[in-house]
Write a protein that binds this ligand. Sequence first.
Ligand code: ANZ
Ligand code: ZN
Length: 829
Amino acid sequence: MAYDFHAIEAKWQRVWQEKRCFEAETDPSRPKFYCLEMFPYPSGALHMGHIRNYSMGDMLARFLRKKGMNVLYPMGFDAFGMPAENAAIKYRTKPHDWTWNNIEHMTSQLKSMGYSYDWRRRVETCNPNYYRWNQWIFLQMYKKGLVYRKEAPVNWCGSCGTVLANEQVVDGGHCWRCHSSVTKKNLRQWFIKITDYAQELVDDIETKLGGWPERVRIMQRNWIGRSEGAQLTFHLPELDYTIEAFTTRFDTVFGITFIALAPEHELVRKMIERLPEDEARKLSDFVDRVGAQSAIERSDAGAEKLGCKTPFCGRHPVTGKPIPIWIANYVLTDYGTGAIMGVPAHDQRDFDFCRKYGIEVIPVIQPEGGHLDGATMTAAFEDDGIACNSGQFDGLPTARAIPTMIAWGEREGFCKREVNFRLRDWLISRQRYWGTPIPFVHCPHCGVVPVPEEQLPVLLPEDVEVKDVGRSPLLDMPEWLATTCPQCGAPATREADTMDTFFCSSWYFNRYCSPNDTKAPFERADVDYWMAVDQYIGGIEHACLHLIYARFFTKFLADIGMMKVREPFINLLTQGMVIKDGAKMSKSLGNVVDPTEIVEKYGADTVRLFILFAAPPQNDLDWSERGVEGAHRFLGRVWRYVEEHLDVLRSTGDPIPMNRLQDPVLRDFKRRIHTTIEAVTRDIDREKQFNTAIARLMELTNALYSFAAEGAEADALRREAVNVLLNCLSPFSPHIAEELWEMLGNADPISVAPWPVAEADALAQDAVTVVVQINGKVRARLELPAGLDGAELEARVMADPTVRERLDGRPVVKTIVVPDKLVNIVVKG
Ligand code: ANZ
Ligand code: ZN
C-alpha cells in the first residue's frame, strides 16, 4: 500500500470534524491554554508566511491538547481595509463580495492544511455581528473621555479631491493614482487618548512581558519613548506669548544661545500675522518648504539643518539676555512642545545648526580633565561632565546638576518637572468606505452626537459600487448619510469616516472566547477563563502598532470591568521570514511558491514538516524544494516501517519496564525511546525549537531501522518506539500519524491520545564500575553512572569518602581519567 497522502489527508480532516476533536468549551475545572496566531487579512490566498505561522501554532495546540490542556485555538479574518476597495475597482465587484469570497476560499485552504482550529469560533471583522462591538467599545471610550476630535494634517491630493493613506503617497510625495503632487491638509479627525495609558504601557513591559522577545520589548519601549526632564518657559511680552520648551538636559540652561520652533508651531502663525508683508512672506515660504519634508527626513541626525531667523527674541530666564528665535526643520511639531532651547555646545543637532548660521556656542559642561572652547569646538560634547559657566552650579557633576537645577528652576518659577512620551494619541478616523462606521451623527443644533447603543450597529451599506473617484462612496449615498438626531430628532447627517482597521484587531482575541454573544462583545466568564493568550505567534512587523493597541484595549476593557487581565499576551513568538533565492518571498519579486501547488504535490503533512524542520521559528527560513523532498522521504520511511512491521506492531502487550530488561542492547534501545520523549518534549515546550524536535524523531526512526534484536522483548520495544514516534510526530504531520495509528488498531484518533511520558528509570544511565588508582595502585572500585564526562567523573571520585581516606590529605599532582573505566590519581609522597 502506497502512502496516498491525498486520500489520507481528506479522510482525517473529515473525521476530526465529525468527531469534533478540536472544539473547546469554557471549563474552569480544567487547565487551559490559549494558542493564537495573528489573524490574516483575507487578501485572496494563503502565502508561505501564513503557512509557517499557522504550522507553528497548530503544532503547539495539538501538543498541548495531548498534554491534557483545554486548548482554545481559533482563527478568523481581519477583513476591513483598503485592498478590498482597490480590488473592487479593478475587478468590478463589491468590496463586500470580494472579501467574503476570499474568506471562504482561505478557510478552505486552511482546512486543507489540517490545522486544528475550532471553526465554530471563526470571527470576521467585516461582519456586523463583530463590528457593532467596535462601535460599542468606541462609545465606551467616548464615555470615559478617551475620544476627541481635533484638526490634523492628512495627505491630500487636490486633483483627485481625496485624502490619501500613507501607502498611497508614492515616489516622494505623489498621488499613486494621478501622480500629481500631494500636499497636507488639515481635517477634523477622531483621536483616541492612548497617551493616558502611556505610563502603564511602559511599566508593564518590565513587569509583565517577560515572555516576549527582548527585541520587541525594546521596540515598544522606544516607541512609547518615555523621557524625564523639564519644561522651560520663555516669556515674549511683545507677542503676549509664553514659549514652553521640553528638555532632558536642564543642566545646560546657561548654555542656551537660541530658541527654535517647529515650522508648524502656532506661534509661527502669530508672527506671520504680525509682520510686514515681505518679512511675513520670508517666514511662510520657509514653512512651506520645510513642511514638504517628511518627519523621517527632518529627524534624521545626518540630514541638513535648515533654519530661518525671525525678528523676535525671548528672554533668558536666568540671565535676562535676549535670545533670538528661529524656525528650524529639525524641531518636530508632535514631540514635546514643538519648541526647543538651543544648546549648541552639548547637542550635536544644535551644534550643526549654529555652525551653519553663525550662532554663538557656549560650553557649560567640561569633560573630566579637559577644557572646551566654544569658538574652536568641532563637535558638541554630549556626555556627562562637570558644570561650568553656570553660576552657583559650577563644579556639579551632570547626574547631580540636573535634579538640583530643576529644583532651583521650579522654586524660581521658570520651569517644571515633566515626563514626556514619544507616543502620540491614536488618529483612528479614515476617509474610506470599507471599515467600521464611526457611530456618531452631526446635528445642526446639537453638534456631534453619539448614536445610542441600542441603535447599533450603524450598518455599512453593502450595495455600493466603488468607482475610481478617489473618495469614500459613503459620501455619495445621501440615503445612507441622512438620519435624525438622537438628541433632538432634527434631520442630521451620519459621520462618514470609518475606523482604522487596527481598532478591529485590538480585541478580536476576546471575541473568540464568546464568538456568538449577541448581548455583549464577549462574556466575562469566558474571557476570565481563557484570557490572557498563553502563546501568541506572528510577524515582527507588528511589534509596535498592533501589539501596543491590543495592550491598550486590554487595559481599558479591564478598567471598565469587562475583564480581569491587563495584558493580553503572555508569551510572544515572532517568526522569521520565508526566503527564496536570497530574498523575502513576495509577489513583486516573483519568487513566490504557492502553498496550494506544493501541497497538491507533496501533501500538507510534508509541507508542515519541512517548514518546521528547516529553521528555528525565530530565524528566516530558506525555501528549498530539496528540503521538501527530504521531509517527504522521511514520512515515506515512517510509513514503510510501520507497513513492513505491521504484524509485530499490531499485536498487543504492554511495554516492558526497564527493570525487567537484562540485555544491554535492549536496555539501550529502551533508553533511546525515552530520552527521545524527554528531549522532544523539552524542545517543543521550553525551547520552542521545533526543528531539533523533528531531528530527534528522524534519529529515532533511524534507530528503529537499525534495531535488529529478535524475540518477544525486542518486538515489545518496537511497538513502544512506534507508539512514541507516531504520537510525537502527530502535532507536526497529523494526517499520516492518524492513518498509521489506525492501522495499528487504535480506535480513537491519535489527536486525542495522551502525549507520551518519559519513564525516569528508563532515562537513567546504567552503572559502570570505575577503578580508582593512587599512584598506579588500585585502591577502590566505585559504582557510578555510565557516560559521565571526564571532569564530572573526576569530581565524583575525589568526593568519595573511601578515596579521600586513602589519599590522606596528600597533595594531588595530577589525575588521569579514562571515562567509564578508570581514574588514576598521582600524589606526592
Ligand atoms: C536642550 C538640550 C541640551 C537637549 C542638550 C539635549 C542636549 P528625548 O531624550 O528624545 O526626549 N527636543 C525636544 N523637543 C524636540 C522637538 N520637538 N523636536 C526636536 N528635538 C526636540 O529628547 C529630548 C531632547 O530633544 C530635548 O533636550 C531637546 O533638546 C530635544 F545638551 O534640550 B534638549
Ligand atoms: Zn440635534
